[in-house]
Write a protein that binds this ligand. Structure first.
Ligand code: GDP
Length: 189
């Protein structure tokens, strides 16, 4: 695992890289840990000083995940937001090895302004997008399904190639579905 404060210090831009993104507290660290079957590979976002770093997890010499910084509920100063935005734009536009964005949303608050920005960059830079609606255990089955349908319908209009699934790190549901997407992006049979 490697944490870097700037993209210029990232591992060489080769092979396959998948970026995990999500608004702070959406459940991104828990999702990464559930998907990689680790208890604490991705630290929770509350760890001081970690939030603005890019964390790289090497899977094999040619494949890695990166945990992109998000930002929290607290009002973030405009300058910090602008810096984050510039860094993300650069990353999306320049990173040749980037083969997909795994965007984590809290099922109870999907498609936030943060999410819309990430989705916009995926579209603009032609990068495959998959959405995991996590904390699905917080909703009853029917409510979860209808949230899934609503997000799918929005995607159909704006991001027709994107995919979306229900996920719960707590109940460990949706992990196989997530793996199928990730393996496909990473070129694993
Ligand atoms: P991050 O800031 O996006 O990395 O979010 P975390 O993974 O740190 O999760 C934020 C909070 O949501 C923590 O209190 C987690 O325990 C909780 N959480 C994360 N995933 C789930 C889930 O699938 N179900 C439930 N019920 N809680 C979850």
């Amino acid at each position: 695992m490697l944490g870097v404060p700037r993209m210029s210090l990232a591992p060489a831009d080769e092979g396959f890289e998948i970026a995990f993104s999500g608004r702070s507290n959406a459940g991104k660290s828990s999702a990464i840990n559930a998907i990689t079957s680790q208890k604490s590979l991705a630290r929770t976002s509350k760890t001081p000083g970690r939030t603005q770093q890019l964390m790289f997890f090497q899977i094999d010499p040619q494949r890695r995940f990166v945990d992109l910084p998000g930002y929290g509920y607290a009002k973030v100063p405009r300058t910090v937001q602008k810096q984050w935005q510039n860094a993300m734009e650069q990353y999306f536009q320049k990173r040749q090895s980037l083969c997909g964005i795994f965007l984590v949303m809290d099922i109870r608050h999907p498609l936030t302004e943060f999410d819309q920005k990430m989705m916009h960059w995926c579209k603009h830079c032609d990068i495959p997008l998959h959405i995991a609606l996590t904390k699905a255990d917080k909703l009853k089955y029917g409510a979860g399904k209808s949230a899934l349908i609503q997000v799918s319908q929005t995607l159909k209009q704006t991001h027709p190639e994107a995919t979306v699934q229900l996920f719960s790190a707590l109940k460990k549901t949706g992990i196989d579905e997530a793996h199928a997407i990730l393996d496909n992006w990473l070129g694993i049979e």
